[in-house]
Design a protein around this ligand. Structure first.
Ligand code: BG6
Length: 478
């Protein structure tokens, strides 16, 4: 058998994309509550507070706040060993800077985690999955402000103290490196509560915010281990290999450098140091970033316990091409070109299962066999219920199956220390990049359409039974 017996099969979501109940039980507004719904190719807009008459899909999500017991029962039916979700920071600290947490918010997650545990499902929890209290943006300017470090660590400490007997696996910041994509403001907004393009040097501001997040994450790791040394606290990095368009050295070098968009975040969080290429870049740019000696000590002390990462696609660079990405909602490299050997989803995300194995190998080799956890992978599709009240999602089965086959090779043939796999959006949720309901990832169909209309009822897709069997056979039958 390729995979260990205790392999963590499950699924992943994030609080802001499914909970709804955005103003219930004392919850404060979060950054995701002021992002309007967009669509395929039409970006979401960040508004100044909640503007009456505008449409904010995250306010409703799929109403998981009220339905989680039934939904978790469905996950249990599929045999989930774990379920990855996040804590909505503004349920716990509504404005972000209170000295005492909101008990109703804490109680909500107590109940939800108990429900998972009753079903034999381990919670896997992200502390900040594209969410922070909106008050921290308004009052402090988001992660551009050093004061957020202490406020985040206080929040993390409260969560570790309260839930450490229920939750072993944690991640600090979701896809911390996403904010590299400065051309689409939602990435900086959701990672850092900052619109980078409003600053004279957006790139410098991105690195400054990331630095404060690194220090906050490292300090949270130390605090977590003080509370319970058995906690596994990981980073979470959006990943995917970049290939050279051709074997000419200029393309190969560019592809190599492009991987810094991913490895920079892993290098600081897994090794606890700023890598040489980053130090040199800061010097070259003449940046006087606020990085203190104490910060460097903190980074070294709080390296993470495992690498959590998402994998959706690979990319290609061509050194002879340079396109304007200022209007792009997803591209973050002006040298990106399509891969002529691979297909793509309806949203233009390249489908490359082998890229997952390559990523697993690279992390393994770079970070000395550190445990890895694939905490997101999946395919967004347009889907409708058929006359049998199901969706014949063979494309999803084929997508996930091909990725699982590659991760098995990485474990069996390459010796990668992989602890789990949680496909993204195991139940249909609101899309992050577009705010659509129409971009569906789930094994479970949720009857809500763009605009928020629908019964909210859940229906099993064909992939539900397929994934159930994958888990039951520990990945032997894919
Ligand atoms: C990751 C995020 O970037 O990709 C998720 O961590 C997100 O929050 C997922 O939903 C898929 O992206 P999208 O835009 O298709 O929902």
């Amino acid at each position: 058998m390729a995979l260990p017996k205790d392999f963590l099969w499950g699924g992943a979501v994030a609080a802001h994309q499914l909970e709804g109940g955005y103003d219930l039980d004392g919850r404060g507004l979060s950054v995701s509550d002021v992002m309007t719904g967009g669509s395929n190719g039409v970006p979401r807009v960040i508004t100044d507070g909640v503007v009456p008459g505008k449409y904010y899909p995250n306010h409703k999500g799929i109403d998981f706040y009220h339905t989680y017991r039934d939904d978790i029962a469905l996950f249990a039916e599929m045999g989930f060993k774990c379920f990855r979700t996040s804590i909505s920071w503004s349920r716990i600290f509504p404005e972000g800077d209170e000295t005492e947490p909101n008990e109703a918010g804490l109680k909500f997650y107590d109940d939800m985690f108990d429900c998972m545990l009753e079903h034999g499902i381990q919670p896997v929890i992200t502390l900040s999955h594209f969410e922070m209290p909106y008050g921290l943006c308004k009052k402090y300017g988001g992660w551009a402000n050093r004061e957020l470090i202490d406020l985040f660590v206080r929040y993390a400490r409260v969560c570790f103290e309260r839930y450490h007997t229920k939750v072993k696996y944690w991640m600090t910041f979701n896809e911390i490196g996403n904010q590299f994509n400065i051309s689409n403001p939602i990435f900086g907004w959701t990672n850092s509560g900052v619109v980078f393009t409003e600053f004279d040097d957006p790139e410098k501001m991105m690195y400054q915010c990331a630095h404060y997040e690194f220090v906050a994450s490292a300090k949270a790791v130390v605090e977590g281990h003080k509370i319970d040394p058995d906690l596994m606290i990981g980073c979470m990095i959006a990943s995917g290999p970049t290939y050279p368009r051709e074997c000419k050295p200029a393309d190969v070098l560019m592809a190599d450098d492009s991987m810094h968009h991913i490895f920079f975040f892993g290098d600081v969080q897994c090794r606890g140091i700023y890598p040489n290429y980053a130090v040199k870049m800061f010097e070259r740019k003449g940046w006087d970033l606020d990085i203190t000696d104490d910060d460097l000590v903190a980074l070294k002390a709080g390296t993470c316990d495992y690498i959590g990462f998402s994998y959706y696609m690979s990319s290609v660079v061509d050194s002879s091409v340079e396109v304007d990405i200022s209007k792009s909602t997803s591209a973050n490299d002006p040298h990106n070109v399509p891969n002529p050997y691979l297909g793509a989803t309806d949203w233009g995300w390249t489908i490359d299962p082998v890229g997952l194995r390559i990523m697993l190998k690279r992390f393994d080799e770079r970070y000395n066999g550190m445990p890895q956890f694939i905490v997101e992978n999946g395919i967004g599709m347009y889907e409708e219920l058929d006359e049998n009240n199901t969706v014949e999602d063979d494309t999803r089965i084929s997508y996930l199956g091909s990725h699982i086959r590659e991760l098995k090779k990485a474990v069996e043939e390459d010796g990668v220390n992989l602890i789990g796999y949680t496909p993204w959006g195991c139940i249909d949720v609101v899309s992050f990049t577009t705010g659509e309901y129409a971009k569906r990832y789930g094994f479970i169909y949720v009857d809500i359409k763009d605009g928020g209309e629908g019964s909210g009822k859940r229906f099993k897709k064909k992939s539900f039974e397929w994934y159930k069997n994958v888990i039951a056979t520990n990945g032997e039958e894919v």
